[in-house]
Structures are given as structure tokens and as C-alpha cells.
Design a protein around this ligand. Structure first.
Ligand SMILES: Nc1nc2c(ncn2[C@@H]2O[C@H](COP(=O)(O)OP(=O)(O)O)[C@@H](O)[C@H]2O)c(=O)[nH]1
Ligand SMILES: [Mg+2]
Ligand SMILES: [Zn+2]
Length: 345
């Protein structure tokens, strides 16, 4: 499919990454649509001349990620409009399904930028931000730290500095989410055809930001509790919000459910990158398998002693690396078991 891309599709986020996956024969019978929202057994989709709700089951069920989620690009049959195929994703957010350790919940696909939202108050927590940064790296999206409630702090710059110190080159934005002029500084991250997902604890102002950027109050803010941490399924519908942004229309925002319990598994590469300052020092340890305990020639202990490395940051790195090792081991065992006992689920 190499003809000039249709503007409707481009605005929806269609790129050559997706069109390259569709053969000429396939594009005769099928057309691409993007998933706007997910409901029980159905998804709403948009495409050229299509605004519809279709059944979300695939003709052939494959792995656990083989079901459509918000942001997915699908091929549907031009005549029957039934789902034929989910196109490969540039990125995929998922989490363990609440209350079921074997299932994963797909959160959003084909996201370009992640707004990691926290507020200039007690919600601000460097350890949690680091977790989100690791997640962004693993999922392959560009992270932006968004600090809300700038108006409630007497020294909001302190939060900006603390966030900037997390990773070199990290983008950090300070806003008052209730003020559209202030929130507008985020619009550049979600321009024409681009997709942004928002993550962060309940109450930090994610929905407020979506409303400010959309220029309307179409989605409910705080009084609705999105996540009580007990895995109760709430009525929140995950959907793509279209931004106004000029004549052609802007990009897309996806509000996500709270992910406070952000467990890390199989994220070793992300941990190494987000903590690349520490990773670099470990390469100087005399022993390749140094545990940075009491081995001779430990560069980590030397760096701490010289004040070059923040012991708190080292501790957070240790905790994440340990957690990743434990959970990755558990995930591997689970896959092995599931594989052996045939198709569980
Ligand atoms: N003062 C102030 N209040 C805010 C700001 N952003 C959000 N709020 C308020 O914080 C509460 C939670 O906002 P909400 O958008 O529902 O948070 P969400 O749970 O992350 O979606 C609401 O009462 C908002 O009006 C901000 O920048 N400044
Ligand atoms: Mg909300
Ligand atoms: Zn060491």
C-alpha cells in the first residue's frame, strides 16, 4: 500500500510503519481503522468513511496480546466490517489484570509520547517516577514528566529540578492544569496525528489536563474514583480523545486507569538505561559479578564514598533490579507452565 496516504488516516496516526504491513491484495478486501474505545466484546473504530462499533474477536486467536486495545490499528473487511487482523504495534502498554495473576490487561497501543503526571505536593515521588521512566523505555515511548498543581506550591521549581535530575535530557513541564493557557504548553507533544497517553496516580489531574487540552469539560474529574487499588472494575471507559488544535485538528490523548502498583518484570534494559549513571560505574568494579557489598575494587562503594553517587538512588536502583529479577523469573516459570499444560485459559 504505497499510494498517497489518506488525510483522514494520517490524522488518525497512520504512518508507513502500518501501511508497510498491508499487502496490495489485502488492501483490496480490507481497510484500516483505528480503535477509539474498548467495550465488553466490542470496539469502536474510525477510518476513512467509517465510524462504527464492531465485534472485537479475531478470526484466529493467538497469544495473550492478540486482542484489540485502544489505539490499535485494525484491518476490517470492507463489506462485512468484521475484524481481520491487528497490525503490529509501535508500542503496547499492558499490566497484570487486577485480581488475576495469569492474565494481562492491555492498556493502550501505538502511543508516541507518555505524559507521566504527578503533582507538586506529596504525590511527587522519585522512586515512582523512575518506575514510569523504566516503563516508558521498555514500551518504546518518549517520556515527559508533567508536574501539575504548580499553583499550589510556593516553590514549584524545586519539583522541576528534582524531576530533571532523574535522567539527563528528560523533558519536564510545569503546569496548572485548570488553566488552559498553562496546559497549552503541552499541546506541542500531541500535534496532528500524534498519540499521547497519560499515566499517574488518581487525583493528580490527568482528566483535568485532558479537558484543558480538548478545550471542553467533557470528561469527569476527581469526584469519580477511577481506581481504589482493590481491583474493582470501575465504569471508566478508556478512549482516545481528539484534540481540537487548529484547522486540521490535533492529536490524540488516552487517559489510563491508575497504575499505582507498578510491578516491574522483564525490564532489565530499561533499568540499565534509566540508571545509566550507575550502570556506567558498575563497569569499573573489579569483578564483573560484583554485588557492591564488600568485594575489593568495588567502584560503586568508591563512588558513594567520594560523594559522586547518591546512596538513595543506588538503593532505588537495587530495589528495582532485584524486583525485576524476581518477577522476570516468575514470568518465565509461568510461561513454561502454561506452555506445558497446553492452552490454559
Ligand atoms: N489547584 C489545582 N488543582 C488541580 C490541578 N489539576 C487538577 N486539579 C484538581 O485536582 C483534582 C483531581 O483532578 P483529576 O483531573 O480528576 O485527577 P485524575 O484522577 O488524575 O484524573 C480536581 O479537583 C482538579 O480540579 C492544578 O493544576 N491545580
Ligand atoms: Mg481522571
Ligand atoms: Zn561493585
Amino acid at each position: 500500500m504505497s499510494e498517497t496516504p489518506d488525510p483522514t488516516l494520517v490524522q488518525l496516526g497512520w504512518t508507513s510503519f502500518f501501511s508497510d504491513q498491508v499487502s496490495v491484495e489485502q488492501s483490496r478486501d480490507c481497510q484500516p481503522v483505528r480503535v477509539m474505545s474498548v467495550h465488553r466484546g466490542r470496539v469502536t473504530v474510525s477510518g476513512k468513511g467509517v465510524e462504527d462499533s464492531i465485534a472485537s474477536s479475531l478470526p484466529v486467536q493467538g497469544g495473550a496480546d492478540d486482542r484489540p486495545t485502544v489505539g490499535d490499528w485494525l484491518l476490517i473487511d470492507r463489506t462485512t466490517r468484521s475484524l481481520v487482523r491487528i497490525l503490529d504495534r509501535t508500542s503496547l502498554f499492558k499490566r497484570p489484570a487486577p485480581g488475576d495473576d495469569r492474565r494481562v490487561q492491555l492498556i493502550a497501543a501505538n502511543v508516541d509520547t507518555l505524559f507521566i503526571v504527578t503533582s507538586c505536593n506529596q504525590d511527587f515521588n522519585v522512586a515512582r517516577l523512575e518506575r514510569y521512566l523504566v516503563l516508558a523505555r521498555e514500551v518504546n515511548v518518549r517520556p515527559v514528566i508533567v508536574l501539575t498543581k504548580a499553583d499550589l506550591s510556593s516553590m514549584p521549581e524545586r519539583f522541576v529540578d528534582a524531576a530533571r535530575a532523574l535522567q539527563s535530557g528528560l523533558r519536564v513541564e510545569l503546569v496548572d492544569g485548570r488553566d488552559p493557557t498553562s496546559a497549552a504548553r503541552l499541546a506541542g507533544y500531541c500535534s496532528y496525528g500524534e498519540t499521547v497517553a497519560l499515566v499517574g496516580s488518581s487525583g493528580v489531574g490527568k482528566s483535568t489536563l485532558v479537558n484543558a487540552l480538548k478545550g471542553s469539560n467533557s470528561i469527569a474529574t476527581q469526584p469519580v474514583r477511577e481506581d481504589d487499588g482493590k481491583g474493582r472494575h470501575t465504569t471508566t471507559v478508556r478512549e482516545m480523545h481528539r484534540l481540537a488544535g487548529g484547522a486540521d485538528g490535533g492529536g490524540w490523548l488516552v487517559d489510563t486507569p491508575g497504575m499505582r502498583e507498578l510491578q516491574m518484570a522483564e525490564v532489565a534494559a530499561g533499568v540499565n538505561e534509566v540508571f545509566d549513571d550507575i550502570t556506567a560505574v558498575t563497569l569499573e568494579c573489579r569483578f564483573a559479578n560484583c554485588t557492591h557489598g564488600d568485594e575489593p575494587g568495588c567502584a560503586i562503594r568508591a563512588a558513594i564514598a567520594q560523594g559522586d553517587l547518591d546512596p538513595d538512588r543506588l538503593e532505588r536502583w537495587r530495589k528495582l533490579a532485584r524486583e525485576d529479577a524476581v518477577n522476570s523469573g516468575a514470568a518465565a516459570v509461568r510461561r513454561y507452565r502454561v506452555g506445558r499444560s497446553g492452552n490454559r485459559r
